[in-house]
Design a protein around this ligand. Structure first.
Ligand SMILES: [Zn+2]
Length: 211
């Protein structure tokens, strides 16, 4: 199975370009109102592999208005999914109007070896792309009742590209499994998501070593 590794999380980028990191515009952000730093997040269990074939009613997910806190948690969600998958050299930037999370500096593809007859690995890997929107959902205190449908976003499109071969186009089963995996990982690691988001809001970039 071939898994696209970078860049994974392209969101609308900002319009101001006073600085660039790897071609990504960076705008220092003004302090925002104090956010509740200790949100109590209930850990959501991982999906059961038996659900890989089930059908779900879709939840529509509208394009959000630019919101720095939401953007920061979105990109932090991708970074934590990267960490979960074992990629430590991940980066993120945010601006007042957009964000980007990516792995390393050179776009490319990696090959994953194990056989995936049940397609479980594929569905789990697609959680990387859905991690941003799932972090937004958790941040907003939203409830996941079915796969979030947001085909206007590159995150959704990349997840769909990955899932299509095994599950079919716009498969509610594949997207649901990927999103529920992200829900499990991010709810369990929410303090880390929040830590990265807080840093992004303050400095515009992650990790601190890129400052
Ligand atoms: Zn994203």
């Amino acid at each position: 199975m071939s898994v696209p590794v970078v860049p994974v999380a392209i969101c609308p980028t900002g319009t101001k370009k006073p600085n660039e990191i790897n071609g990504v515009p960076v705008v220092p952000l003004v302090p925002v109102k104090k956010h509740t730093t200790r949100m109590k997040i209930q850990v959501i269990p991982a999906p059961n592999p038996n659900s890989l074939k089930r059908c779900w009613p879709w939840q529509t997910y509208p394009a959000p208005l630019p919101d720095v806190q939401k953007l920061a948690h979105h990109e932090a969600g991708h970074i934590v999914m990267f960490e979960w998958l074992g990629f430590s050299e991940s980066n993120a930037t945010i601006t007042p109007t957009g964000g980007l999370a990516y792995f390393g500096t050179n776009p490319g593809r990696a090959t994953v070896g194990p056989l995936d007859e049940s397609s479980e690995i594929t569905a789990m890997a697609a959680s990387l792309f859905h991690g941003g929107v799932i972090a937004e959902l958790i941040f907003a205190g939203g409830v996941w009742t079915g796969p979030l449908f947001y085909p206007w976003a590159s995150d959704y499109q990349r997840a769909n590209d990955m899932l299509r071969a095994d599950f079919g186009n716009h498969s509610s089963a594949g997207h649901a499994f990927a999103q529920r995996t992200a829900l499990n990982i991010l709810s369990e690691r929410w303090p880390r998501v929040h830590e990265i988001a807080k840093h992004l809001v303050r400095h515009g970039v992650w990790p601190a070593s890129t400052l």
